[in-house]
Write a protein that binds this ligand. Structure first.
Ligand code: PLP
Length: 439
C-alpha cells in the first residue's frame, strides 16, 4: 500500500551503454532509469508526483527546503542582468535572497512593490523583467495576491521570446488555494510547514510544467542538480504518508483560526485574518479559494509594541499553556512570534513599515490540539491580562522610540532575556506587567 523507500544514492544499469544515454538525456526516470541521488530518486519523485497532482501542475520536484525551491526556481528563470518584480511583503529569508544575495552574487535585481497595487506592479516591469514573485498569502501580513490579475499583467508585458513568469509561494495556503489553476506558471512551497505538520522535517517543492522541472534537474545546467539541495528519500517517504490528511488538517487549522479571529475581534483586538468578512481583501480571497478548506491557519494581532507582544506571548505560553513562542508554522500546536523581531528581521525599519509589519505584530499559526473552547478561553484570559481594557492602539504610545532596527532589536531581546533569567517566576510576571503598564 505504501510505496517502499528507495534509499540508494546510486543506481546500476543492465547494459554499459545505458549510462551515456542517461547523461545524454535520452533516458530518464520516466523510462525507469535512475542515476544518482542528487538527480532523480524514485521516492522523492513519488512525493513530487503527489504534490504536482495536489497543485494541478504537470510536474514537480522536491528539494531540501523551501529556500532551496525558491532559489532554484528563480535561477532557472533568470540570468545575470535580469530583473524580478516582487511583493514587498514576503518571508524575510526570501526578501534577503532577492534584495542582497541574487543581486550581489548573480546580478539579478529586484524591485519590491505593493503586490495588491496593479499599477505599481505594471510600473515596475522593465524589458529585463523575467519574474513576478509573490506569496499567495503573505508572511506575515496575509496580503492576498490577486493571482489571476498578476497572470494577466505578466502576459500583457511578455514579449515574443521574453516571457514574464508568475512565481507563487503557496506555503501559507496549501489546499486553500491552487495558484496554477489561477494562472501561476511556477508554484513553490516550504514543505517544512503545513505539509509536514509536525515541525520535524525540512523540505521544499517546485511545481510547474514538465519542461520547467526537466530544466531544474538537467544534469549539466539544472540549478537543483548543480547546487545540490537534494531531499533525503526517507524524508520524502515521511511526507508522502502525511499528504492524505493534509486537507483535513488545513480545514481544521482554518476553522480554528476563524474562531480565534472572531473572538479577538470581539475583544477589540487589531486582528487581521482574511477570512473575516470585514477584511478588505475578504471578497477577493473568497473568489480564489477552493471550497471546503477555509481561509488558512494564520492570523496576526497588532498589540502596539514589542513589549506588549512579548508579554502576551509569554503569558499564552508559560501561564495558559496555549501554544509556543517559536518561528515556523503549520505545526499541530499554535506557534507565535513577533515577526519584526524574528522572521522578518532581515528587513530595515523602512522596509518593515512599507510591508506593514509593526513592532507589536504577533503572527499566530493556529494549531489543532486541545478543545477549541478551551483554547478560546486561554486566548481571552491572556489577552485580558496583557491588554486589559486598553485597546491595542492605546498601547501604541509605549512603543514610542522603540524602533525595531536591527541593533535595537538585538539589544531588546538580549536585555529582556537576561532580565527574565534573573527574576523569579513571580518577579517575571511583575516585570512583564510593569512593561505593559498594569502595575
Ligand atoms: N516561504 C515562506 C512563506 C516561509 O514562511 C518560509 C519559511 O518560513 C520559507 C518559504 C522557507 O522555507 P524553509 O524554511 O523550508 O526553507
Amino acid at each position: 500500500m505504501n510505496a517502499s523507500v528507495e534509499n540508494s544514492v546510486t543506481y546500476t544499469v543492465l547494459a554499459a551503454d545505458t549510462l551515456p544515454q542517461i547523461f545524454g538525456g535520452e533516458l530518464g526516470p520516466d523510462k525507469g532509469c535512475f542515476l544518482y541521488g542528487r538527480s532523480f530518486s524514485p521516492t522523492v519523485r513519488n512525493l513530487a508526483r503527489q504534490v504536482a497532482a495536489l497543485e494541478a501542475t504537470e510536474a514537480a520536484y522536491c528539494c531540501a527546503s523551501g529556500m532551496a525551491a525558491i532559489s532554484a526556481a528563480l535561477l532557472n528563470l533568470c540570468n545575470t542582468g535580469d530583473h524580478i518584480v516582487a511583493s514587498q511583503a514576503v518571508y524575510g529569508g526570501t526578501h534577503a535572497l532577492l534584495k542582497q544575495f541574487l543581486s550581489q552574487k548573480c546580478g539579478i535585481h529586484t524591485t519590491f512593490v505593493d503586490i495588491a497595487d496593479a499599477d505599481a506592479v505594471a510600473a515596475a516591469i522593465t524589458p529585463r523583467t523575467r519574474v513576478i514573485y509573490t506569496e499567495s498569502l503573505s508572511n506575515p501580513t496575509l496580503v492576498v495576491a490577486d493571482i489571476p490579475a498578476l497572470t494577466r499583467s505578466a502576459a500583457a508585458h511578455s514579449v515574443l521570446g521574453q516571457k514574464i513568469s508568475l512565481v507563487v509561494d503557496n506555503t501559507f495556503s496549501p489546499m486553500v488555494m491552487t495558484p496554477a489553476l489561477l494562472g501561476a506558471d511556477v508554484v513553490v512551497h516550504s514543505l517544512t510547514k503545513f505539509f509536514s505538520g509536525a515541525s520535524d522535517v525540512m523540505g521544499g517543492v517546485v511545481c510547474s510544467s514538465a519542461a520547467f522541472v526537466a530544466g531544474l534537474m538537467d544534469l549539466h545546467t539544472g540549478p537543483l542538480m548543480l547546487l545540490g539541495p537534494a531531499m533525503d528519500p526517507r524524508v520524502a517517504s515521511d511526507l508522502s504518508l502525511r499528504l492524505p490528511h493534509l486537507g483535513l488538517r488545513i480545514a481544521e487549522h482554518s476553522r480554528r483560526a476563524l474562531a480565534f479571529a472572531h473572538r479577538l475581534q470581539a475583544l477589540g483586538a487589531q486582528v487581521s485574518y482574511p477570512g473575516l468578512p470585514g477584511h478588505p481583501q475578504h471578497e477577493l480571497l473568497k473568489r480564489l479559494v477552493n471550497p471546503g478548506y477555509g481561509f488558512g491557519g494564520l492570523l496576526t494581532i497588532n498589540v502596539g509594541s514589542l513589549a506588549v507582544a512579548n508579554a502576551l506571548m509569554e503569558r499564552l505560553q508559560n501561564h495558559e499553556k496555549f501554544g509556543f513562542m517559536a518561528v515556523s508554522l503549520g505545526y499541530h500546536d499554535t506557534l507565535m512570534s513577533a515577526s519584526a523581531a524574528s522572521t522578518s528581521s532581515e528587513l530595515s525599519d523602512t522596509e518593515l513599515a512599507g510591508a506593514g509589519i509593526q513592532a507589536g505584530l504577533v503572527r499566530m499559526s493556529v494549531g489543532l490540539t486541545g478543545a477549541l473552547e478551551q483554547r478560546l478561553a486561554q486566548l481571552e484570559a491572556a489577552w485580558r491580562w496583557a491588554i486589559g481594557g486598553r485597546s491595542a492602539a492605546a498601547a501604541e504610545p509605549m512603543a514610542r522610540g522603540e524602533g525595531v532596527g536591527k541593533a535595537k532589536r538585538a539589544r531588546s531581546w538580549q536585555s529582556m532575556a537576561s532580565e527574565m533569567s534573573e527574576e523569579t517566576e513571580g518577579g517575571q510576571e511583575a516585570g512583564v506587567r510593569q512593561q505593559v503598564g498594569e502595575v
